[in-house]
Design a protein around this ligand. Structure first.
Ligand code: 26Q
Length: 808
């Protein structure tokens, strides 16, 4: 009887404004005259969240009734960004919210900006997971995200004298109005101890340490709010109660020891990407959230099923890279040890549910753990990994006579000492996928060559995508309105409709409006730059933007060197009719990545020289914006004319920033790498600027002995810049400061900056020319937006649902 609530309690029957005021007073505890923006933001979040709850419960009931296949997306990272605008927009409440606040003399935009930006990830992999949540809820997949509720997300970046400084990030400090704490949902996670065989021959693990995982749920509404999924994040706490006796004796530290140790597991996000630091705490984080998620999904399954052999029919689990790859032995362990199943059958069940997405081929980013560490922390898991490996080896020997399984096993018996998580994930997965066509091909040819030969049907491709809600509708309202008034609003829920814009590329009036929107976005970005770093830039100049994590393979250095060469050329002949440019960089370097941090310093030092040189005033500005995050991206991307996607071919698995820029009408300068290849196919060869070595040429050069110093000597503009840097031109005469960069480029240049430099310079000068012909440029820009429909994450999710999860 209580299930159907009285109409009067339905939040939809209360005007949003009234609900906000009620929450302001009764949930936040402030009256309107004392409320600051943050209070309004809290009240609005709670009012909007109320509107989501019915749909959330409906979704749960529907999934249950229809026995829909459940999809679990396990990811160490969710780079969700601010949630309020997303929720308002998807719930169709934008106009009402705007109206209410403007009636009270408040600006909705400012209130939205009072929300902290949850950055529980490093970069692309984490942001992809967040886009997938939005798309699963939009497409109607019964999907749930599982991750870690880090108390501190990725560090806050600032610059001190041009050097990167890392400060702790504190997104929870004022509370989190989106989450529902579920204190009753809690699972034990064990570590250490030993394994003994009991009288029945069963393996019994007696751990030395137990920690509890507690659940925090955030509702995720899809477009138009019909379907609302859950992001469940785990937080660690001690299984031990406080030692009150000790505490009362005055030994506060000792009494709290267990709590502090347990809670350290979900304290901070590891800030490295593309480095697989073999740290014990990182391993514990991986085990912690993976085990909690598996226990939780098994518990849910068993609520209405008895037979665990049916698990693969009802459940699909996606592993976001190898970070949750311990799921392979952990799921087997739960089935064998906790549910009394046979090992072989358990492994079959695991192999029927688990799927693995690879996001990188960089050797240093492939996770491997020392056997000694696994043995010490996870003795039972190590046993199971060995059993899985043996089963796998037997399977290979049976199928392929004379084939040595060793190089493919999780633990290579010839070069023991390590557990290779990529191999483990591959062996334990039903499907393995790459994230762009090129990347998937390279997976088959390189890292997983031998495994692909023995399981030729296991690897498939799912090219990444982005959500058009956040990455067009919300971040670029001007362009969204123009598109909607031109072709209607269907594109928001089905981005393939955006191709209806193609004919408008030939419509001068439309192009002018498109250009006017871009100019407004560039003004907004110029104001942001002014307020963040105090540099004044001209909104009519070409805005050239590279925003992503700082990494050698992404080649911010090549961009910086080209900027310095352009500066030299402009200074030598300022009246030569140069296209004015603003070069914009943003991105964080892993705290331990010395060379990446030195590249930041070089760009900041170069900016100081260039921006203060009156000879190039009005021609060139160089900006490095601190603390790049999702919120910054939402201002930067709509304001770009040119998108820098210049990674060494073969190294960027996909990229997703490339898609965001092109969708917002920026043209791409890029290499044939990752999803750039597919963007080129969709926008057309004439509407993208491709240059440089291709993946096979890069591989050949990296393996053959190249002599970068010779290439530098043969490239005069590059030679000049390198000489300037090493002679202290950008470092007040300090010839030591950038030695690390110069030596690397001259002697090693693994990422092929020197052979690509001239081609990059040439295409940039071609871009200068094309930008001057604004009519042609705008036509190309419109065709970029119009042809990006395929890159919707909705399409990607349908691909996973059809080919991998069998869930639609
Ligand atoms: C592993 C072990 C220990 C510590 C850190 C890590 C770690 C953390 C993060 C390793 C890798 C990552 C992140 C990888 C990543 O973001 N990859 C990007 O994934 C995007 C989504 O598929 C692609 O678009 C990018 O090309 C790819 O670089």
């Amino acid at each position: 009887k209580l299930e159907k609530l009285p109409e009067s309690l339905d939040p939809k029957n209360v005007p949003l404004g009234e609900a906000v005021l009620r929450h302001l007073v009764y949930s936040v505890g402030k009256d309107a005259s004392h409320a600051v923006r943050r209070d309004w933001c809290a009240a609005l979040s709670l009012a909007v969240r109320d509107r989501m709850v019915d749909g959330w419960m409906d979704t749960t009931r529907r999934i249950y009734k229809e026995k829909a296949k459940r999809v679990y997306y396990l990811s160490m990272e969710f780079m969700i960004g601010r949630l309020l605008e997303d929720a308002i927009s998807n719930m169709g409440l934008t106009a009402e919210a705007k109206g209410f606040f403007s009636e009270h003399g408040l600006d909705l935009q400012e209130i939205l900006e009072a929300e902290p930006d949850p950055a529980l990830g490093n970069g692309g992999l984490g942001r992809l997971a967040a886009c997938f949540l939005d798309s699963m809820a939009t497409v109607g997949v019964a999907g749930m995200g599982y991750g870690i509720r880090y108390e501190h997300g990725i560090f806050r970046q600032s610059f001190q004298d041009g050097w990167q400084l890392e400060e702790p990030e504190d997104w929870l400090i004022f509370g989190n109005n989106w989450e529902f704490h579920r204190p009753e949902v809690s699972y034990p996670i064990s570590f250490g101890g030993s394994v003994q065989q009991d009288a029945q021959g069963k393996m019994v693990w007696t751990p030395s340490e137990r920690i509890l995982a507690g659940a925090f749920d955030t509702p995720i509404a899809g477009w138009q709010g019909k379907h609302v999924n859950t992001l469940r994040l785990w937080s660690a706490r001690s299984a031990e109660t406080l030692n009150l006796h000790q505490f009362n004796q005055g030994e506060f530290m000792a009494a709290s020891r267990q709590q502090v140790l347990a809670e350290s597991i979900t304290k901070v996000l590891y800030p490295g990407d593309h480095t697989a630091e073999g740290r014990e705490l990182r391993l514990k984080q991986e085990v912690f959230f993976t085990s909690a998620s598996l226990q939780d999904l098994l518990h849910r399954f068993l609520l209405d099923n008895k037979d665990l052999t049916a698990l693969p029919k009802h459940v699909a689990i996606q592993l976001n890279d190898t970070h949750p790859a311990i799921a392979v032995p952990e799921l087997v362990r739960l089935l064998v040890d906790e549910h009394d199943m046979e090992f072989v059958q358990s492994f079959e069940i695991a192999r029927g549910c688990l799927n693995y997405t690879n996001h990188t081929l960089l050797p240093e980013a492939l996770e491997k753990w020392p056997l000694e560490l696994i043995e010490r922390c996870l003795p039972r898991h190590l046993q199971i990994i060995r059993e899985i490996d043996n089963l796998f080896a037997a399977e290979i020997r049976a199928k392929f006579e004379g084939k040595d399984p060793a190089p493919m096993q999780a633990i290579d018996p010839h070069h023991g000492g390590w557990v290779r998580m990529g191999n483990l994930a591959f062996i334990g997965a039903k499907r393995v996928n790459g994230v762009s066509a090129l990347h998937t091909e390279l997976m088959k040819q390189t890292v997983f060559k031998d495994l692909h030969e023995v399981y030729p049907d296991r690897i498939l491709n799912q090219t990444n995508g982005i959500t058009p809600r956040r990455w067009l509708k919300e971040c670029n309202p001007g362009l969204a309105e123009l598109i909607t008034e031109t072709i209607g609003e269907d594109w928001v829920g089905d981005l393939s409709h955006i191709s209806e814009l193609v004919p408008y590329a030939e419509d001068k009036a439309f192009r002018d409006k498109f250009k006017a929107v871009k100019l407004e976005n560039k003004k907004r970005l110029a104001a942001y730059i002014q307020s963040e770093v105090g540099i004044k830039v001209d909104p009519t100049a070409l805005f050239d933007i590279q925003i992503k994590r700082i990494h050698e393979y992404k080649r911010q250095l090549m961009n910086a060197l080209e900027t310095m060469a352009l500066y030299n050329a402009m200074k030598a002949d300022p009246k030569a009719g140069w296209q004015p440019r603003v070069k914009i960089f943003a991105g964080k370097a892993a705290p331990s990545y010395t060379l990446a941090k030195l590249i930041i310093k070089l760009i900041n030092d170069a900016a100081k020289v260039i921006n203060n040189d009156p000879d190039v005033d009005g021609l060139l500005k160089l900006v490095f914006l601190p603390n790049y995050n999702v919120s910054a991206a939402e201002i930067l991307i709509p304001g770009a004319d040119l998108s820098e996607q210049i990674s060494t071919a073969g190294f960027e698995a996909s990229g997703t920033g490339n898609m965001k820029f092109a969708l917002n009408g920026a043209l791409t300068v890029g290499t044939l790498d990752g999803a750039n290849v597919e963007i080129k196919e969709h926008v057309g060869d004439d509407n993208i600027f491709i240059f440089g070595l291709e993946a096979d040429e890069v591989a050949a050069r990296q393996h053959g002995g190249c002599q970068p110093w010779v290439t530098v000597a043969e490239t005069p503009r590059l030679q000049e810049v390198v000489t300037q840097i090493s002679s202290g031109f950008y470092s007040n005469g300090d010839t030591e400061r950038f030695k690390g960069i110069v030596d690397n480029v001259l002697a090693h240049d693994y990422f092929q900056v020197t052979p690509d430099f001239q081609a990059y310079w040439d295409i940039q000068r071609k871009i200068d020319g094309e930008f001057k012909d604004q009519d042609t440029w705008q036509r190309m820009a419109v065709l970029n937006t119009a042809n990006m429909g395929w890159f919707s994450a909705d399409r990607t999710i349908r691909g996973y649902a059809n080919d991998i999860w069998k869930a639609l």
